[in-house]
Design a protein around this ligand. Structure first.
Ligand code: NAD
Length: 427
């Protein structure tokens, strides 16, 4: 039977993530007094590709999955953004994420537009063979639309370096020659970049150092609290420790540990890798994640997941500086409250941009077939992320707004300039 709910090709317009992104664009547009014609164009994706991905499962039955690639905007360069495998993926979510990638790539000053992809599938329930077949057929279906000069996917939730290796191989097989620049986040052996693994955590620390510097402070000696001990959090904790900060607490999904004198992070990392748990580590006090967020500290780095600081608990926050390692760890309401209280928040769109910046380096190195050492990469990462932070800082000072609003303003201003220069085709 005909179901109009399934039919609407514009139902993505109702997705909360996309609605939220559109609101950010409107607010940033007002902040910089943007041209309404530009804002109207930025509020719609340029192209949406929907593909069916048939896969022969291990039981020999064929299952057909829905795949999406949203090419949101290409004013500044090729589309760039991850591919997500998750059972809750919808077109609306992918459009929202693609829009946020456009804003992020723009504020970071990268020569990229915004894109994102996804397949509605539970990756935990796929065997390795099934995941490989799914990835290869998806790449083949997207083949005419992706490529090193067109659209460059990367890993996201549910996909990893191996997934990117399969994508790179499939695309290269169909082209007839090796094309490493079609994806980033590949293993180093096939054109991946050194330094990518720790790049987001390192970017978080570069931004923390800059934020402190703007306030006449140094990271060495500051008390730092890190929520989340995964890729972003554990690297951020390590780099903060290496720079002489006192990392007084860290946590994972099961809870946290506290030590007022500072935790020996390298030793803790060895312990965590062996035991897969923070619990039982010597000379610490165990605390909950809520207690961790409320600790008396100079710097708080939420590096776990979204929405952890919200209207109910924001009054407990005692940190003076917060740097968002995770995506969206502070709700809008909490963010406003903290800004009024004088807490300075470095927003996710810049603070966790280290991953996409080093992805950019990977792409450049693949195109040149010339690879840099890790020291070079880290230094270039610092230059780019600090530049982006400074632009947001300056606009925030000028307009007397928080850093998040300013970062969005910088992003929209760059897009606007480029769009006005390129003009509207045909006219
Ligand atoms: P990860 O899976 O490696 O680590 C997540 C960590 O958070 C784990 O230690 C986990 O135990 C902890 N955690 C999960 N639920 C928690 C909870 N309820 N309370 C406290 N801790 C909890 O993930 P990641 O790659 O480190 O990503 C973390 C965040 O950073 C996500 O928001 C992600 O979108 C964002 N991010 C990651 C990257 C990257 O390069 N990895 C880049 C940009 C943004």
């Amino acid at each position: 039977m005909y179901d109009p709910k399934i039919e609407s090709h514009e139902s993505y317009l109702n997705h909360p993530l996309f609605i939220n992104a559109l609101q950010l664009i409107d607010e940033a547009g007002q902040l910089i007094n943007a041209d309404p014609n530009i804002i109207a164009r930025l509020k719609r994706p340029k192209r949406i590709i929907v593909v069916s991905v048939p896969v022969r499962m291990d039981d020999q039955k064929v299952k057909v999955f829905s795949g999406y690639r949203v090419q949101y905007n290409s004013t500044l360069g090729p589309y760039k953004g991850g591919i997500r495998y998750h059972q809750d993926v919808t077109l609306g979510e992918v459009v929202g994420l693609a829009c946020l990638m456009m804003l992020k790539n723009s504020v970071l000053g990268l020569p990229y537009g915004g894109g994102k992809g996804g397949v509605c599938v539970d990756p935990q329930r796929l065997s390795r063979n099934e995941k490989q077949s799914l990835t290869r057929r998806l790449t083949s279906e997207l083949g005419p639309f992706i490529g090193p000069t067109k659209d460059i996917p990367a890993p996201d939730m549910g996909t990893d370096a191996q997934t990117m290796a399969w994508m790179m191989d499939t695309y290269s097989q169909e082209q007839g020659f090796a094309q490493p620049g079609v994806v980033t986040g590949k293993p180093v052996e096939i054109g991946g970049s050194l330094g990518r693994l720790g790049s987001t955590g390192l970017g978080v620390i570069y931004v923390t150092e800059r934020l402190l510097e703007k306030n006449g402070l140094k990271l060495a000696g500051q008390r730092v609290v890190v929520q989340g001990f995964g890729n972003v959090g554990s690297h951020a904790a390590l780099y903060a420790y290496e720079r002489g900060a006192r990392v007084i607490a860290v946590s994972d999904v099961h809870g946290g540990i506290f030590c007022g004198d500072g935790l020996p992070i390298p030793k803790l990392l060895d312990y965590y890798n062996q035991n897969k748990s923070l619990k039982g580590f010597e000379r610490v006090t165990e605390i909950s994640n809520e207690e961790l967020l409320a600790l008396d500290t100079d710097v708080l780095l939420p590096c776990a997941l979204e929405g952890v600081i919200h209207s109910q608990n924001c009054k407990n926050i005692r940190a003076k500086f917060i740097v968002e390692g995770a995506n969206g760890p502070i709700t809008n309401e909490a963010s406003k409250y903290l800004f009024e209280k004088g807490v300075q928040i470095a927003p996710d769109i810049i603070a966790n941009g280290g991953g996409v910046i080093v992805s950019y380096f990977e792409w450049v190195q693949d195109i040149m077939s010339f690879f840099w050492d890790e020291g070079d990469i880290n230094q270039k990462l610092r230059t780019i992320i600090v530049q982006a932070f400074d632009k947001a800082w300056n606009l925030a000072q000028e307009k007397k707004v928080d850093l998040r609003s300013a970062a969005m303003g910088v992003s929209i201003a760059r897009l606007q300039k480029a769009m006005l220069l390129r003009g509207l085709y045909p006219r």
